[in-house]
Design a protein around this ligand. Structure first.
Ligand SMILES: C[S@@+](CC[C@H](N)C(=O)[O-])C[C@H]1O[C@@H](n2cnc3c(N)ncnc32)[C@H](O)[C@@H]1O
Length: 423
């Protein structure tokens, strides 16, 4: 009796679709696909998964029924594809009573077809830029290329009520690639792709910034990746840079996005905060841990337009995928419930604060440290960023100076602080 097979096949140029079918001859079937279809010669079909089964018709019918909503309306043969859906198809087939054995399954390490294109490199002069400009750009990129670990995103986002995501459009506007095999995908994009259903998201939009590959002003290559329901697609709008302040990114921010979530470039943090906060949208973002005592950001904390998220972030990946330390913290304008770090605040009478943690500076201003906070002191006093990150402003205190405060001790300038006062 002829052998029976179930397969998942995909055309190279149609990565958001696949076909699931049955056959008695895998090789012949693939040849048929490659002869009869294809938008171009390059649109080659390849198997993603094949297996031997006892009854291909029964199994195929069960797949059709189980995944009816993942089939295209017109061509019932076409199923939506992304790596999460692929895993689901394969798991279902493997667990089916008619499954016999796997023959082939696609691994993540797809062979890359590399075209060698002969080209001559234009000189800096031809590109109209100086060596200094290139070096400056490269320097900026180095400072910005810190990638967030998946675990850090999971740790922070799992703290928020799941309902905040329901039917919402999440915008990751500094999140480089959504790579086909997900290997080079930003952990933010990956987190939302993997949890899309669980969080009941409406849409995910990630934008790819062309900057890092544009050291030599070769032109904009930014793109917009969108996932809406089961559909995933990438668009490369003309002249789009992918920068968070590109007109198209601003349009998405203002007209489409509900919640912005990313780790933006440290070197552009001031502009990024201004744009994001002005948009009035909800956000959960990573930024420098010292922002609560940095002049450009203090007014946002003072005006209650932003507050600390739950966690600090101490390690990031560099482009070589090595862990590097850089002191980051989550910030948000979404309500924080029972902030666990309140317990780090030691709010007690001034007299009970140990001497070494309370001082008066040359201007006779009280300066407290180690998260000690007086609860019976009516005048302004200076604190570091830590109490603010631990939720001091939610405990009946306010910032009263919209810039940094530098205490002087015996004429010596000390670390910058922020001035707060009991309400
Ligand atoms: C701190 S990294 C974080 C990347 C990613 N969001 C993550 O968390 O892994 C900031 C990224 O923003 C990119 N970037 C730099 N300038 C940008 C801009 N103007 N608009 C959007 N992204 C930018 C950098 O290339 C870098 O990849």
């Amino acid at each position: 009796m002829a052998k029976q097979y179930i397969y998942i096949v995909q055309a190279l140029l149609e990565p958001s679709k696949c076909k699931i079918g049955k056959t008695n001859d895998l090789e012949r079937r693939l040849n048929e696909y490659n002869k009869m279809t294809g938008k171009s010669k390059e649109n080659i079909y390849q198997y993603l998964f094949t297996c031997e089964v006892k009854n291909m018709t029964e199994l195929e019918n069960d797949i059709k029924e189980k995944y009816s909503i993942l089939r295209e309306e017109k061509s019932k043969e076409i199923y939506f594809y992304n790596s999460e859906l692929f895993k689901q198809y394969v798991t279902f087939i493997q667990a089916h009573k008619m499954f016999v054995k796997e023959i082939f399954i696609k691994t993540d390490d797809k062979k890359q077809i590399v075209k060698i294109v002969k080209r001559t490199t234009p000189s800096l002069e031809e590109r109209g830029i100086s060596r200094k400009e290139v070096l400056q750009k490269a320097q900026k990129i180095n400072n910005d290329e810190f990638y967030t670990k998946f675990e850090d995103i999971e740790k922070e986002l799992s703290m928020y009520d799941k309902s905040i995501w329901k039917n919402k459009t999440v915008f990751c506007n500094c999140d480089d690639a959504v790579d086909d095999n997900r290997k080079n995908t930003s952990a933010f994009a990956l987190y939302f792709l993997q949890n899309f259903k669980e969080l009941e998201l409406k849409k995910l939009i990630c934008t790819h910034y062309s900057g890092p590959v544009d050291l030599f002003n070769q032109g904009a290559k930014g793109y917009v990746f969108t996932k809406e329901g089961f559909r995933e697609f990438k668009e490369f709008p003309k002249n789009y840079t992918g920068s968070f302040d590109d007109p198209l990114s601003l349009k998405i921010l203002n007209e489409d996005a509900d919640i912005v979530c990313t780790n933006p470039p440290f070197s552009r943090a001031i502009d990024y905060w201004e744009i994001t906060i002005k948009s009035g949208k909800q956000f959960i973002i990573i930024s420098n841990i010292t922002n609560p005592i940095t002049p450009a950001f203090i007014p946002y904390f003072m005006n209650n337009e932003v507050w600390a998220g739950y966690n600090r972030v101490d390690y990031f990946f560099n482009p070589k995928k090595q862990l590097v330390d850089a002191s980051g913290h989550w910030y948000t304008n979404i309500p924080i419930k029972d902030r666990p770090k309140y317990k780090n605040l030691k709010i007690i009478p001034l007299n009970d604060i140990p001497e070494k943690y309370k001082k008066y500076d040359d201007a006779n201003k009280l300066v407290v440290s180690n998260c000690y906070i007086p609860n019976d002191y009516k005048k302004p006093f200076a604190v570091s960023a830590r109490p603010i990150l631990n939720g001091l402003l939610e405990k009946g205190y306010k910032i009263i100076l919209n810039t940094q405060y530098f205490p002087y001790e015996n004429g010596k300038k000390c670390f910058g602080k922020v001035l707060v006062q009991k309400i």
